[in-house]
Write a protein that binds this ligand. Structure first.
Ligand code: PLP
Length: 400
């Protein structure tokens, strides 16, 4: 930090529950989340259990702990616990779903231009390997209304469309898509949906039963503040038979009898242990939910409202300060918003480096076809002061 830089703004009082570097103005919850101290402590307890008796941990304790996590997460996203399994991250969730599709020559998979690159890459590889094709719906950006997103997707559906993948909240653009409307319309046409809810649990209210997508994957390590490497995969009951993890487990070939041994569905049994890995994160999902419910008055639902409100307020202030138009209506935002900077702004790499080097601000800055853009994604540890500081930093860097 240079001598001219003002003192760092204080984060909110809730920052004390997290271990974020106090010398960084951390404005990027959206990329990797952040985990409260008490959740890290809970995970460390599980880590100690592994090393005390790994056999007991992986052979006996793992199964009830996976149920514990399922039972804690299911009410939050309104689904049956039995329809949930865990994977390392949303990208793996997408790859797992694709690997279970019976795509054949000529089938089309429809995605949008705003999908997360890794997920789109997995779709393209899958289609290439199976002789299918990928069609891309162009959602406008900037965008005026939900209608435009709905029409962009539905207009690209045809008789060859086998699956549509779209994000509940798009990654770089932070758009909350009208998921229910899109899914209803596609279900009516008999087309399966893969909903990428990487920004899902703890981010915006979710009701998987009402949404009724064929497949949903979502991260717990982002807005639920669970340890890294924790994501869920929800597969509708009618599609679970013969649905396997990416990595086959010991029991894959005799899954029906093996699952009777642990008294679980074949779907749950096979995913709960698919090779020895770092399972302590997914064992700590219930602790993360409990932590958010105790740290903040009103718990997770109040947190979602707070983050959304801070996002709207900060975006408005930043757009006014920068003299730019918001690229989407408030109604298409959860707690993530992307702002395109005025023409003539520095390129993304230079600005990102300047914000970090001169102001200690950690924030995503991207080059997009419409110009250099920043993305905000407030969490309870952030304060309004931090966004005013960002406005001041941007003003200085854009005019230097
Ligand atoms: C919409 C969307 N999908 C998928 C991902 C990938 O998440 P992960 O790295 O946990 O797999 C992200 C990450 O930011 C995302 O924003």
């Amino acid at each position: 930090m240079t001598n001219q830089t003002p003192a760092l703004p204080q984060p909110s009082q809730y920052a004390a529950h997290f271990t974020i570097d106090p010398n960084t103005v951390y404005l990027n919850h959206g990329s990797f989340g952040a985990c409260p101290r008490q959740v890290l402590d809970a995970q460390n307890t599980h880590r100690a259990r592994v090393e005390r008796d790994a056999v007991k941990f992986y052979v006996d304790d793992l199964w009830p702990m996976m149920d514990h996590s399922r039972n804690a997460l299911a009410p939050l996203i309104n689904c049956e616990p039995a329809d949930l399994v865990f994977v390392a991250n949303a990208t793996t969730g997408v790859a797992t779903i694709l690997n279970n599709l019976r795509t054949t020559l000529g089938d089309e998979i429809l995605i949008t231009n705003l999908e997360y690159p890794a997920c789109a890459n997995n779709v393209r590889r899958h289609a290439h390997q199976r002789g299918g094709t990928v069609r891309t719906a162009e959602i406008p950006w900037p965008i005026e209304s939900e209608e435009q997103a709905f029409d962009a997707i539905l207009s690209q559906v045809n008789e060859r469309t086998k699956l549509v993948m779209f994000s509940l909240i798009t990654s770089a653009t932070g758009l909350l898509l009208p998921a229910k409307r899109i899914i209803d319309a596609l279900n009516q046409r008999g087309i399966d949906i893969l909903l990428d809810a990487a920004h899902g649990p703890g981010c915006v209210p979710m009701d998987l039963t009402d949404l009724n997508a064929a497949y949903t994957t979502g991260n717990c390590h982002k807005w639920l503040c669970a340890p890294k490497g924790t994501a869920f995969l929800h597969v509708r009951r009618d599609l679970q038979h013969g649905f396997h993890p990416l990595v086959l487990s010991n029991d894959a070939e005799q899954i029906e009898t093996a699952s009777q041994r642990t008294n679980r569905s074949p779907f749950n049994h096979e995913f709960d242990y698919a090779g020895t890995d770092e399972a302590t994160g997914r064992m700590t999902i219930a602790d993360a939910i409990q932590a958010l419910n105790t740290i903040y008055p009103g718990g997770i639902h109040a947190i979602m409202e707070h983050n959304h409100a801070l996002c709207i307020q900060a975006r408005k202030m930043l757009c006014e300060s920068l003299g730019v138009r918001p690229p989407c209506p408030d109604s298409m935002l959860g707690p993530i918003a992307t702002i395109t900077l005025p023409p003539g702004s520095p390129d993304a790499r230079a600005l990102k480096a300047a914000l970090m080097d001169n102001w200690n601000i950690q924030i995503p800055v991207w080059s997009t076809p419409v110009g250099t853009s920043i993305r905000i994604s407030p969490q309870i540890y952030n304060s309004t002061d931090q966004y005013h500081y960002l406005a001041e930093a941007l003003s200085a860097e854009l005019n230097s």
